[in-house]
Design a protein around this ligand. Structure first.
Ligand SMILES: [Zn+2]
Length: 573
């Protein structure tokens, strides 16, 4: 394998470096995760000059130094495989980080100061967009006004979403750009805050927000590139070397491609198109090949079975405990669901479906079970969130696991964030099937972990801590919520490494430290196999390496880009 690779590169003249320019990485305390999800210790590794792992040595084993030209000294630190987030939203994470955040403001004056500073920092932005304000927290006793914004930003539109997303605050330039005047009518389900003279005062509530929101220009390609660069920077600082993008639009995909073409794709992306139309547009007749030396692939499609628990959009078998007249709603009927899944599966696209409520999950499992009769082989049907599954449906999951394979793609931090809300929505009896990580793994399903960023921070350390403790960042509830569903450390680490790679058909390329796989690894200051959950949450990522190249160094945080071998898409396998 190696000699053929070298021969090809020599013939192509792709590398100026001499033939055997292997890299020895040693002097660390390392862990790798096996394909089966078990954790083993690693004492040293040898990488080739294409950024692939050639050999892995157990502690105490003597590495072969033949052909080794470079040395990376681990300095006794902890080394782990690069972490993988199995469910997040790449561009939204970048855009959220670029948007003005008012959620910490304590008064109107405080907010106005922040808005003014943000506008000054971003003279090139045509609109100032932000979110997170709350007039209750400011003790204002009324909505803020356009006139107040005009005093600090008179020349450009400003549009700021309230903390709950149920109201928006515009300045006069934004109202003008949107054509909102004294004679504007609020649509059904919305209202326009008016001043004494009947003029729009600045705040638009619920459905009326769209009057201004639709005037906000869509992001340009340059905006998207910036958001993507921002998202990648966030990911590598958390030690994420690969992510699954759950709902890529064609614009998102083209953003990833532009980065790949410019050698600026630092994080590996497993993409799931936002619906079947985007899937066909991006993938055409089937999933894309792995591009840019295993840094990008369109794997399949993301579909939605139902909504979320918080807004009572999740589809339940029995009514909501705290609103007995509703059960939530499916977003697709059974025929639509079957048709869309079939359309994807017939061309071997992987199917990932958002399902939260027990009716949503039960119906989805039934649909997968049916389709498994037609679409055989290794399918790895993915359920995104798999949040509430009736134990009566667990055997169906087990049956699918044994046939085409099934992935429970879950977000440990959702459990800690949702706990109180979930108890209210579901009542005691349904909690057994809620966020049931260990039980779902017990059915034979593959447990892959993620964050759903930007809904939660893309912080795998908070996720690892929650996964093994079911306690939140304040240690609540002590001993963990529904503690029987905690997973052990190896399962948690595997959920963020080997199993997340498997969930995206990437297990032969990355996700573990093993010969033939891409050299994606991180140095950290905390041992996740022995530290307390509270310590794991505080883990500092010291260095992040992707494909044998360093993409993040805490000691040199402003360094740009990749510092070693795999600077260009190589002719790797
Ligand atoms: Zn999501």
């Amino acid at each position: 394998m190696t000699s053929r690779f070298l021969l090809t590169t020599l013939l192509a003249g792709a590398f100026a470096t001499p033939a055997h320019a292997d890299v020895l990485v040693d002097n660390f305390k390392g862990y790798t995760v096996g394909a089966d999800g078990t954790v083993a210790q690693v004492g040293a590794m040898v990488l080739d000059d294409a950024g692939t792992i050639k050999a892995v040595y157990a502690p105490g084993q003597k590495p072969s130094k033949k052909g080794v030209r470079f040395h990376i000294d681990g300095k006794g630190r902890i080394l782990l495989p690069g972490l993988i987030d199995a469910h997040l939203h790449v561009l939204s994470t970048g855009f959220a980080a670029l948007t003005l955040d008012l959620s910490e403001t304590t008064s109107l004056a405080d907010a106005l100061n922040k808005i003014s500073a943000f506008a000054a920092e971003h003279p090139d932005r045509a609109w100032i967009i932000g979110r997170g304000w709350n007039q209750e927290k400011w003790k204002l006793g009324r909505f803020p006004t356009a006139a107040e914004l005009d005093m600090i930003v008179p020349d450009r539109p400003v549009w700021l979403e309230r903390v709950d997303g149920h109201a928006g605050w515009a300045n006069t330039a934004a109202l003008k750009a949107a054509g909102v005047t004294s004679s504007s009518q609020a649509p059904a389900g919305g209202s326009i805050d008016k001043d004494a003279s009947g003029k729009p005062a600045g705040v638009l509530v619920d459905a009326a927000q769209d009057l201004v929101a639709k005037a906000v220009p869509p992001p340009s390609a340059r905006d998207r590139d910036l958001a993507f660069a921002t998202a990648q920077r966030i990911f590598i600082r958390y030690g994420l070397t690969a992510v699954a993008d759950m709902g890529s639009t064609i614009e998102d995909w083209q953003t990833f491609r532009r980065a790949g073409d410019a050698n600026k794709l630092y994080v590996r992306i497993m993409s799931y198109a936002m619906g079947v139309d985007a899937m066909k547009l991006i993938g055409g007749p089937g999933p894309s090949p792995w591009l840019y030396a295993d840094r990008l692939r369109l794997n399949g499609v993301k579909l939605y079975m139902d909504g979320a628990l918080g807004s009572r959009g999740a589809w339940l078998k029995a009514p909501y405990a705290d609103k007995p007249d509703i059960r939530g709603l499916p977003q697709l009927n059974q025929t639509q669901l079957g048709n869309l899944m079939s359309r994807a599966a017939m061309d071997n696209f992987q199917v990932a479906v958002h399902a939260i409520g027990d009716a949503g999950n039960g119906t989805l499992l039934g649909a997968i079970d049916d389709l498994s009769q037609t679409y055989k082989g290794d399918r790895r049907w993915r359920i995104e969130h798999a949040q509430v599954i009736d134990p009566a449906d667990w055997p169906t999951m087990g049956r699918i696991a044994a046939n085409g394979g099934i992935v429970a793609s879950m977000q440990p931090v959702h459990q800690t964030s949702d706990r109180v809300m979930a108890e209210a929505r579901l009542g005691q009896d349904r909690l057994k099937g809620a966020y049931a990580w260990k039980s779902l793994k017990g059915t034979g399903a593959t447990l892959a972990f993620g964050s759903d960023a930007p809904v939660e921070k893309p912080d795998p350390w908070a996720g690892l801590a929650a996964a093994i403790s079911r306690e939140d960042e304040n240690g609540l509830p002590p001993g963990g919520w529904q503690p029987q569903e905690k997973v052990d450390r190896a399962t948690a680490l595997a959920g963020y490494t080997s199993q997340a790679a498997y969930a995206g058909f990437a297990e032969s390329r990355f996700g573990r430290l093993a010969p033939g796989l891409r050299a994606d690894f991180i140095f950290v200051d905390t041992d996740p196999m022995s530290a307390s959950p509270a310590e794991i949450r505080k883990t500092r990522v010291l260095e992040t390496w992707v494909g044998g190249g360093k993409v993040w160094d805490a000691a040199d945080p402003d360094a740009k880009g990749i510092t070693s071998s795999e600077t260009k898409p190589s002719k790797g396998r």
